[in-house]
Design a protein around this ligand. Sequence first.
Ligand code: AMP
Ligand code: GLY
Length: 436
Amino acid sequence: MKVLVVGKGGREHTLVWKLAQSPQVARLYAAPGNPGIAALAECVDIRVDTPITQPEKLRAEILRLRDFALAQHIDLTIVGPDDPLAAGIVDCFREKGLKIFGPTQAAARLESSKAFAKDLMASIGVPTATHRTFTHSAEAAAYVRAQGAPIVVKASGLAAGKGAVVARTEEEALEALAQIMEQRIFGSSGAEVVIEEFMEGEEVSLFALCDGEHYQLLAPAQDHKAIGEGDTGPNTGGMGAYAPTPAMTPELVAQAEKRIIRPVLAEMKKSGCPFEGVLYCGLMLTAQGPKVVEFNARFGDPETQVLLPLLKTDLAEVFLAACEHRLDQVRIEMSPQAAVCVALASAGYPGPVKNSFEITGLESLDGKEELLVFHAGTALVEGRLVTAGGRVLNITALADDLPGAVARAYEGVGRVHFEGAYCRRDIAHRALRPKK
Ligand code: AMP
Ligand code: GLY
């Protein structure tokens, strides 16, 4: 089978790494890929990583990729990032009979439109924060004043993970409204806002691989979105992750399946846009049980970097089964080990960063058991590997238990160098701290 992976980050490197192990996969391609991916797959310079804020360019690149897939007789395409999904890459590939794992544009609204997701959840009683949707800023402000703080204000459209403001005070909430709706700091994504009740609890990520009707779960994971230790400071694309997450007990997983995943899949099917692809449930474990913080329509980054190394099942077979609507016949087997991923970022991230610093020490990790390096933002310049982005490398370790995996991951981190490298030192702290 010839398989194409769309994307260029650590998540996509992990997908390629896992697919390369499948006896069914003869050739791998990635668009646009990265230097880590290039060791395992042929990288194609088609910029399907163009942000959706440039819809015409993104659309043109998707059509170029489709031509490539047709010409190369690609048997299966897997999409990493959300922007091409929201732009309809799945619909576009299927029009020409190409097999692709991911949601259609209509189904991807579970992620691309918070208003759509919230309305769907409200209509079928899926537990989530109560919310109201507004298109007029004065009405939104009046609602904030009536509800008081803490309260959460979100741009309805895609905003690179930065569209949600958890406001501790009423003033903060009103300021967020002004920025999103009037100053339009997220552009047209701020034409509509969702205002929600603040939920208290621990946050986990649960991934369901879906074929429109059936689903299979991966182990629950937890990521660390904040830049600073103790989960402080501004949000990033993700500074690390670990799995499995003990906070998400088998009982809570069963509750989430019954009250969230099954009803959502049934409703999507009923409404004519069955959900195929990865349903990423961002959940808050509240005193009343798991509630949905948000849905994404794709794999998480960096959760994928810990989940796929734990997956024992042939991933190509799982994707094929999903595309052929027979996921009920697949058995997902996860290793009983623990996995931890630490992101190494450039100085200044999540703000602007300087690129092109040489990365050294990676060769000392070659062949090390249970230690994996996934490239997130790297480039090869005249044969030298250099930094090329905010998050640069994802160091993932496996071990029999979580403390062992943490120790091994940081041992790996200690061997890699580039100027200004930053990482959080407390990945997995929520699962490691002594229970009260
Ligand atoms: P989102 O963009 O919806 O993923 O939200 C970003 C982050 O804001 C989430 O990962 C949560 O940590 C936090 N958050 C979002 N909604 C709520 C809520 N209703 N209550 C508490 N925290 C929230
Ligand atoms: N781990 C956060 C995300 O993928 O959106």
